[in-house]
Write a protein that binds this ligand. Structure first.
Ligand code: UD1
Ligand code: CA
Length: 469
């Protein structure tokens, strides 16, 4: 059998979402809704995938290369939307129609539908729901084939008997390409919404002598539609459960799935543990044998193998094998930790490379810096990278030891094996192997306390100002 063309309907605005964002661009586990059926169709081996968009063409930028876009001029119904893609339909091949708002459709479900279709005029994927509200109901003929589908989105199309039917149209179909195009020519907008309904092509096909089959999908979760944000939340929970289960089966421990979010695009290596209340978002990649969390967020971040990250927030950061981050670290875009490096407690790093086995253990801000290997950054070090107009880089070599509270006023370079004195504000380069020390000398005044008690001493610096005299 020839591979199907898959047409995905997504031209509607989704008014029931009450949103300025088009419904199919709302994210579901980090991926726009429309991408879910598109990726499922590609994985199911579609010969061609066509997405029907409206004239604003807002979907093209999120679609993978090679996916075609057809434009429906006006939102005149799902039947009209399929017609907008007519030029892509091969009359000699099956056409699968998917809905842009039915995201959990699985590649295997599409393949099973195409198998069941096997030369019929149309095959409708159906599901049975305890609460079928909002879906089109499937009216079966006495021979078990599909007589028609009645819409229920607005009152007026369905009778009370039809409303009581629990078998519904999933919005997923296989058609004979040529027969579909002919049937759509005869569909009339004679219904409560005044729209061209795609399901109305089914009775036309029957009248033309073609068989219309129902293919019952056992796992209804696969074909639930998102019409409003209540649906979206319910489907998100299902999608998230599937993502967790797939990782668990692949050897990842998700300690508390209920408090853990893992987006669809996230990859995690074997024997990694995701501790509770952790959020792995976007295109994050985690290696093997890591411990992430508790209470850690990774956004578009890459972790190597054997990395630990408790209680931290990382965005567009890269952390190599054996490195450790946190607790309470903030790694911002362009933070790169080499092998076995450490970013410790209350440390913020941005757009900086931290060399192998280098440690930034406590209370530091490292921005726009290159730090060599096996260096130790003392507590409370700051790279002063901004002069009020521009950002400048700080370069710190290998095997450097900086003392507590060193400020590096960039641009500045500290050579290999150099040291800095505690409390130094380093404004000039420190040569390799040198000690850079830059602070006011301490003055001790002996006998000060006694003179003060006798009323003779000058007040200590600062006391005068505090008193306001
Ligand atoms: C549709 C089906 C219904 C089925 C349900 C399954 C019709 C008339 N009804 O109802 O039988 O139970 O899906 O989820 O087909 N769209 C366009 N252009 C349009 C109208 C819609 O591209 O002119 C797109 C929408 O963007 C959406 C999809 O088609 O992705 C479905 O439209 P929607 O209005 O949500 O249809 P439902 O009322 O859910
Ligand atoms: Ca819908």
């Amino acid at each position: 059998m020839s591979a199907p063309t898959v047409v995905i309907l997504a031209a509607g605005e989704g008014t029931r979402m009450r949103s300025r964002t088009p419904k199919v661009l709302h994210p579901l586990c980090g991926r726009p809704l429309i991408l879910w059926p598109v990726l499922a169709a590609l994985e199911a081996g579609a010969a061609k995938v066509v997405v029907v968009d409206n004239p604003t063409r807002r979907l093209a930028e999120v679609l993978p290369e090679g996916v075609e876009v057809a434009v429906q001029a006006e939102p005149r119904g799902t039947g009209d939307a399929v017609r907008a893609a007519a030029e892509h339909v091969d009359p000699g091949a099956p056409v699968v129609v998917l809905m842009g708002d039915v995201p959990l459709i699985a590649p295997a479900t599409i393949a099973a539908l195409v198998d069941a279709h096997d030369g019929a005029g149309a095959t409708v994927a159906t599901m049975e729901l305890d609460d079928p509200a909002g879906y089109g109901r499937v009216v079966r003929a006495s021979d078990g084939s599909v007589a028609r589908i009645v819409e229920t989105k607005v009152a007026g199309d369905a009778t009370p008997d039809e409303l009581a039917l629990r078998e519904v149209n999933t919005g997923v179909y296989a058609f004979d390409g040529g027969a579909l195009l002919e049937a759509l020519e005869r569909v009339e907008p004679a219904n409560a919404q005044g729209e061209y309904y795609l399901p109305d092509a089914l009775p036309v096909l029957r009248a033309g002598g073609r068989e219309v089959r129902a293919h019952l999908v056992e796992d209804a979760a696969l074909t639930l539609g998102v019409n409003d944000r209540v649906d979206l939340a319910a489907i998100r929970a299902l999608a998230q459960g599937r993502i967790h289960a797939a990782h668990a089966r692949a050897g990842v421990t998700v300690v508390d799935p209920g408090s853990t979010l893992i987006d669809a695009g996230v990859r995690i290596g074997q024997d990694t543990t995701i501790e509770p209340s952790s959020f792995l978002r976007g295109e994050t990649t985690v290696g093997e044998g890591c411990v992430v969390g508790p209470l850690t967020t990774l956004v578009d971040t890459r972790l190597g193998d054997g990395v630990t990250v408790p209680h931290s927030y990382l965005v567009e950061a890269q952390v190599a094998d054996g490195a450790s981050v946190g607790p309470f670290a903030y790694l911002r875009p362009g933070a790169e930790l080499a092998e076995r490096a450490k970013a410790g407690t209350f440390v913020e790093i941005k757009n900086s490379r931290i060399g192998a086995e280098t440690k930034v253990p406590h209370l530091s801000y490292i921005g726009d810096a290159d730090v060599g290997p096996q260096t130790n950054i003392g507590a409370g070090n700051i790279t002063a990278n901004y002069d009020g107009r521009r950002k400048h880089r700080t370069t710190i070599g290998a095997n450097v030891r900086t003392s507590s509270n060193t400020v590096f006023v960039a641009p500045v370079t500290v050579g290999d094996r150099a040291y800095t004195g505690a409390g130094s504000t380093i404004t000039e380069d420190v040569p390799p192997g040198a000690l850079g020390i830059a602070r006011a000398r301490q003055v001790n005044r002996p006998g000060y306390a006694e003179r003060r008690e006798a009323g003779a001493a000058d007040p200590p610096t600062g006391v005068r100002a505090e008193r306001g005299d």
